[in-house]
Design a protein. Structure first.
Length: 245
């Protein structure tokens, strides 16, 4: 406990799933937390669950001008920022032949373009030292059918963990990545997967179960905390061994 005491954190996509669980764990560890989200229902639910101590910001991750408004809200509430967890993202799976330009652009805007320009806008706001954690995916590493665009966006984000590390470490900003495998969140329902589909997915995971948001949150806490002060440009894969097959 108190590994993040006194730190100020922003979590994008923090109103459900991994983001919300990480927000709760950050607060338990002593951080002041702001989260962003787009869905009015999850925004309101997050306000109730996180309480009045958390800052809940309505923002679309794909909207570049909106990222500047997020920065303004952080400056007004916190003054500076110690931790950024770039978690907001979209998973859209389609066979190669079924992709259209608008869907392609939407995936890259949400998963890559928006996060890139959010970090750019936050550069004057980051404390020294500070930590950025990127939520990437094992789809950067495995040739999963129908994941070409999603895997490309996450692969590009993972690349930024390396390039940003080299560019920002002189500013005192460490950048690392958490690559998740199948994690039990509402995502799979949104993808239309049924119970039998989930059982089949679990059968592909060596540990024979899906991961939990709390397991991802613990990894993010490590990268966000001073415990990982000598860890820069690294990737922690949390997938139950799936990418090793």
């Amino acid at each position: 406990m108190n590994r993040l005491r006194g730190k100020r954190a922003l979590i994008t996509g923090g109103t459900s799933g991994i983001g919300l669980e990480t927000a709760k764990r950050f607060m338990e560890e002593g951080a002041r937390v702001a989260v962003t989200g787009k869905n009015p229902a999850t925004l309101e639910a997050a306000r109730k669950e996180l309480g009045s101590d958390a800052l809940v910001i309505a923002a679309d991750s794909a909207d570049v001008p909106a990222q500047k408004k997020v920065v303004e809200a952080i400056q007004q509430a916190f003054g500076a920022l110690d931790i950024l967890f770039l978690n907001a993202g979209i998973v859209e799976m389609r066979p190669m032949g079924q992709w259209v330009e608008a869907a392609y652009d939407r995936s890259f805007a949400i998963n890559l373009k928006g996060p890139f320009f959010l970090v750019q806008a936050l550069l004057p706001v980051f404390a020294n030292p500070a930590s950025i954690v990127l939520m990437t995916s094992i789809n950067s590493h495995v040739g999963m059918p129908a994941s070409s665009v999603y895997g490309a966006t996450k692969g590009a984000l993972l690349s930024l963990a390396k390039t940003w590390s080299g560019e920002l470490i002189g500013r005192g900003i460490r950048v690392n990545a958490v690559s998740g495998g199948p994690i039990a969140t509402p995502l799979y329902g949104k993808l239309g997967m049924k119970e039998d589909d989930l059982k089949g997915l679990e059968g592909q995971i060596p540990v024979r179960r899906m991961g939990t948001p709390s397991e991802v949150a613990e990894a993010v806490i490590y990268f966000a905390s001073d415990e990982s002060g000598f860890t820069v440009g690294s990737e922690l894969v949390i997938d139950g061994g799936m990418s090793n097959l």
